[in-house]
Design a protein around this ligand. Structure first.
Ligand code: FE2
Ligand code: FE2
Length: 350
């Protein structure tokens, strides 16, 4: 028997802490539900058991948490059941399937036991696959236990999840992207900035005369700031949230940015503004379209982190502006960058 005081046994006790403190209770856990045999799997023990509570484990094993804790406490020679408030998830009617659950939309099925047997952590694999879900697409996870910790982790990240017993002792869990009717915080922020910049350019080009350099200057500084926010903050944050994997379209958007920034160097003319719009219009459309890069960033970060990033972006400074430069080298730089930007999307269409 260890000298250190043993951990209390309550629904909030972590499974790993329980087994470290009361190793003899492993057999009691397994007797409660055969699904707990999986706790012998070292991967599960190192990962899931470390974060899962007895309440979640009860959900996995399909036993009421009150019964599980009482059995453990009895075996440990402790008085009372210490469950406090009984879990609302104990027993009760099975939940009705949500409206988004359409099995025909499942694009991939994962087998939790096969992953565990292969030494993989199901949450890692499921998380990676869930991030690739498009709007309306579903992921299915098959398991021999109710994956309570997985459900909780995915819900915290904003995913919609639903688990049901498909056959006695078999569970299927459906995961959908956060899919929202309303665009997320990043989408709203960047789309509003597009509208603001569009308005400045409209004012700069109103009428028939020369370009009005006051609104054009604000457009020029604002657009360079916008590009800086996307490249230095938005795409970088999305990449980090995706475990280092960049958004597939980010590289092409950067090539567009290069062409747009080059066109902001010379003194504006109506021809130049037409050329800017020929890149900027489709570019902004690709960023704002449903399932486009802004939605992908909101999805990768989740609502709370996206809202926090928007708060930080409000202070993002405008870069210092250089005087207009109409040198021949500037014009050939524009031509080369425009060619790159146009060709990449033509290749895509072809
Ligand atoms: Fe952009
Ligand atoms: Fe943008």
């Amino acid at each position: 028997m260890p000298d250190r005081p043993r951990v209390a046994i309550t629904p909030a006790t972590k499974v790993a802490d329980l087994l470290a403190s009361w190793p003899e209770l492993e057999a009691v856990l397994i007797a409660q539900a055969p699904a707990f045999r999986r706790l012998k799997n070292p991967v599960l023990r190192r990962t899931v058991a470390r974060v899962a509570t007895l309440e979640q484990a009860a959900g996995v094993g399909g036993v009421p948490v009150r019964e599980l804790v009482a059995a453990l406490r009895r075996a440990a020679g402790l008085e009372g059941d210490a469950t406090g408030e009984a879990s609302a998830r104990d027993g009760g009617e099975p939940e009705a399937a949500p409206e988004w659950l359409d099995p025909a939309r499942v694009v991939e099925a994962l087998d939790a036991e096969a992953l565990l047997d292969a030494g993989e952590v199901p949450l890692t694999r499921v998380g990676a696959r869930a991030r690739q879900l498009g709007l309306g697409q579903l992921l299915r996870i098959d398991s021999g236990f109710r994956p309570a910790p997985l459900l909780e982790a995915l819900r915290k990240q904003g995913y919609r999840c639903f688990a049901r017993e498909s056959a006695p002792g078999r569970f299927e869990t459906f995961v959908a992207s956060p899919g929202r009717a309303e665009p997320g915080p990043l989408h709203r922020y960047f789309a509003a900035d597009h509208r603001r910049l569009d308005d400045l350019l409209r004012r700069a080009t109103a009428g028939e005369g020369p370009i009005d350099l006051a609104p054009y200057g604000a457009f020029r500084g604002g657009l360079l700031r916008h590009i800086g926010m996307e490249e230095k903050v938005l795409f970088a944050a999305a990449r980090e949230a995706r475990g280092g994997e960049p958004l597939p379209i980010a590289e092409r958007l950067r090539v567009d940015h290069g062409a747009i920034a080059a066109m902001l160097v010379p003194t504006p003319t109506r021809d130049l503004v037409a050329q800017i719009l020929s890149v900027l219009g489709p570019h902004n459309g690709r960023e704002e379209e449903p399932g486009g890069v802004y939605d992908a960033c909101d999805q990768a970060l989740g609502e709370a982190a996206a809202a926090q990033l928007v708060g930080e972006l409000r202070d993002f400074p405008e870069p210092p502006l250089k005087p207009y430069n109409d040198a021949p080298a500037v014009m050939s730089h524009i031509a080369a960058n425009l060619e790159l930007a146009r060709r990449q999307w033509l290749e895509d269409a072809g």
